[in-house]
Design a protein around this ligand. Structure first.
Ligand SMILES: C[S@@+](CC[C@H](N)C(=O)[O-])C[C@H]1O[C@@H](n2cnc3c(N)ncnc32)[C@H](O)[C@@H]1O
Length: 293
């Protein structure tokens, strides 16, 4: 018999820390209390996998230990940032929902310009709520430069992007994107408003100047009260993570953040049915918006 001279060493893998059902319920309740995000039972694996990596980094032995740390630890406020970064899903890309951008450019802006004529306020304020890494906000900036400014030379625009995840907010501020983000972008926009840099794409300063970004939790009522006087709010593909109660709270606060006559856009797969009757539903080609009258 030939005996191998060396015994192969198997790669050591840190075993995945198991989340008990009780730990899942406690973590879910805490996440909900802080963010309005509700993890269904079927999403336990997601929390276990994502937070498990965080636990390993922090050298913790159980999810219960982590929960105590994030609730009461002396470094609680720093950990909350990583906690939010770990539990959120940040999928987005430029020109994600084109019918919404068309409705904004072709119908809403002309209406707003008309209603503001004579008020001395030819400025449109837009909020990209749950902006993730900023693609939606910068898409609006490019549409302004490309389509609106030539039509209304005196028109100004202010775009505010906010998200609970501070890492994506930092990406939004940097304006530097990977191929994935630009996959739906018309080439003419890419050529005109981006600078290619080692396989990445930098939004040009002219567009960057139009948008600013902040970390904001849509479930924080004090913070939400500070968000006001917007003409259009895009709050897309985030309500799906909330339950009915947190949707009602957030949508009520978004309503208050709008000027009268202002519009709210939500995601393609989302609806305000059973959530709010305060808005008037307005139909546009291939999309709808919710108007505060
Ligand atoms: C799927 S992305 C949608 C991004 C963009 N609005 C779009 O439609 O492409 C959802 C974003 O919502 C953010 N989010 C989740 N809960 C939030 C909360 N309570 N407050 C603010 N942002 C939140 C996440 O961090 C994530 O970036």
């Amino acid at each position: 018999m030939i005996v191998p001279s060396t015994i192969p060493v198997l790669p050591t893998m840190t075993p995945q820390i198991k989340m008990s059902d009780e730990e899942f319920r406690l973590l879910r309740a805490y996440i909900y209390e802080q963010t309005g995000i509700y993890f269904q039972d079927s999403k336990k694996y997601l929390l276990e996998g994502r937070l498990g990596k965080r636990l390993q980094l922090l050298n913790m032995k159980s999810f219960n230990e982590y929960l105590q740390f994030v609730r009461f630890g002396s470094r609680r406020s720093e950990e909350m940032k990583s906690f939010y970064d770990t539990i959120t899903i940040n999928e987005t890309f430029f020109f994600r929902n084109e019918p919404q951008f068309d409705a904004f450019e072709k119908t809403m802006v002309p209406e707003i310009v008309n209603s503001k004529r004579g008020t001395g306020r030819a400025k449109i304020r837009i909020w990209s709520a749950a902006s993730s890494s900023g693609e939606e906000a910068y898409t609006l900036g490019m549409i302004y430069l490309e389509k609106l400014k030539p039509r209304y030379p005196g028109l100004e625009i202010e775009i505010v992007g906010t998200d609970i995840n501070s890492t994506v907010v930092a990406t939004a501020k940097s304006g530097l994107y990977r191929e994935y983000s630009i996959r739906n972008m018309p080439k003419a926009y890419l050529d005109k408003y981006f600078i290619a840099q080692d396989g990445r794409y930098q939004v040009c300063d002219e567009v960057r100047r139009l948008a600013r970004f902040e970390s904001t939790n849509l479930y924080d009522r004090t913070r939400m009260r500070q968000m006001s006087a917007f003409d259009v709010v895009f709050c897309c593909n985030v309500l799906i993570y909330f339950d009915t109660k947190s949707k009602i709270q957030v949508v009520g606060d978004l309503y208050n953040s709008l000027n009268s006559g202002g519009h709210l856009f939500i995601g393609y797969a989302e609806s305000l049915h059973g959530i709010s009757t305060a808005f008037k539903l307005i139909s546009f080609p291939k999309t709808v918006a919710y108007k505060k009258e």
